[in-house]
Design a protein around this ligand. Sequence first.
Ligand code: HEM
Length: 401
Amino acid sequence: MTAAAALNLPEFDPADVTLNGVAFHETMRDLAAQSWLARIPLGYLTLDREAGEFFLRTRKATFPGQLIAELNGIDGGPLREEIDRNILHIDGADHQRLRNLLNPAFTPRAADRWRPAMRDILTSLVDKVRESGSTEFVETIAKPYPAMTIATVMGAPPADAMRLHEWSAWIQRQFDGPSLATQRDRIEQAVVEFYRWCDDLLAQRRTDPGDDLISTLIAVEAEGDRLSDVELVNLVLDVLIGGVDTTQSQLAHAMRLFAEHPDQWTLLGKDPELAARAVDEVLRHEPVTPFTARILVDDVTYRDVVFPAGTLVMVCSFTGNRDGTGPAEFDITADRPPGRLMTFGAGIHFCVGANLARAELEEALRILAIALPGVRLAGEPVLGTVQGIYGIERLPLAWDA
Ligand code: HEM
């Protein structure tokens, strides 16, 4: 048995906001080649899949959002209330109850139900730019598409989709320490605005229920002891906010990857049935959630290493996704073992929206591969940082109009 602190480990700083793109890939590849574990300023980072899944699944760990909040002096106010009530910060029986309420709305079949709406939304966005032969993809398609889709699924007015997008982008930064430290006021403002908007929406749906998730949750709330008022608002926030910035960023990275691999785009255009494999490959190759984290609530021994209670363990899905899955290159035809993706997490907090996100990405790629033949970069993409959600700020694309 060895204490983690006594190990001789490679070092890494996950808060380095200058690291993204090719340099990020190279740094992570080198680290994973050296060890399954790296030392980071606040704790440790797992680099292989098995270790990552172990720390995500152990009951002796919890998501460290409240710790990040405390480190940044967020000890009261609406943002702190939201952080405390976010489903990622709830464990045990309460978490199980909330997931049991959400899960039926997010099965693969439930996600399939929304595919026609997804196709309509995407087609209307593509039609606006198709003839021109070029676009800044993030602004015209990647941003509005998931926001409009999640608004439809939840029963929010489509006209509010872009406000949702804005709130999602800010509120998701609660998971990104450097942003929380420097942009707290803006994040706080987004939480306040979202709660106000959500109260109005819930009031409307209470009097005029529809065939949507908010109406379903209101009906559960009305049954009494299964969902409180505060829980309802926060579940709506978790889903609306969790389902926008993530899918937007993953779609933008997908198009960047295809623009950089034109042969793969041509393959997909010829056989759009490859879309599901293409989505898997994009999620594996460039996860927009390259890191997540846990804090240990008890001593944990793993691989003969003792990690004391209170240790922060970050988990790298980027390197985990590459562990035991064959050649590293982006290749939508590669034969890879199933079930090895870490992009959506693992254990009780496994992404509730994974099936919906996959369906959105599949529908988008299937339509785009036919509508935008010969996609290529029309300028340098402006990449975001790998903390929190790894997004793309600008992605100029051109195609054969
Ligand atoms: C490509 C798109 C997406 C990615 C990569 C992604 C990734 C993740 C990851 C990694 C986690 C677990 C974090 C952890 O355990 O530390 C998670 C949880 C979650 N995701 Fe997603 N997500 C995506 C799309 C969505 C969508 C579309 C929704 C909403 C419909 C959503 C809602 C949530 C919620 C509510 C949780 C918390 C679940 C819980 O605590 O039980 N996500 N997501």
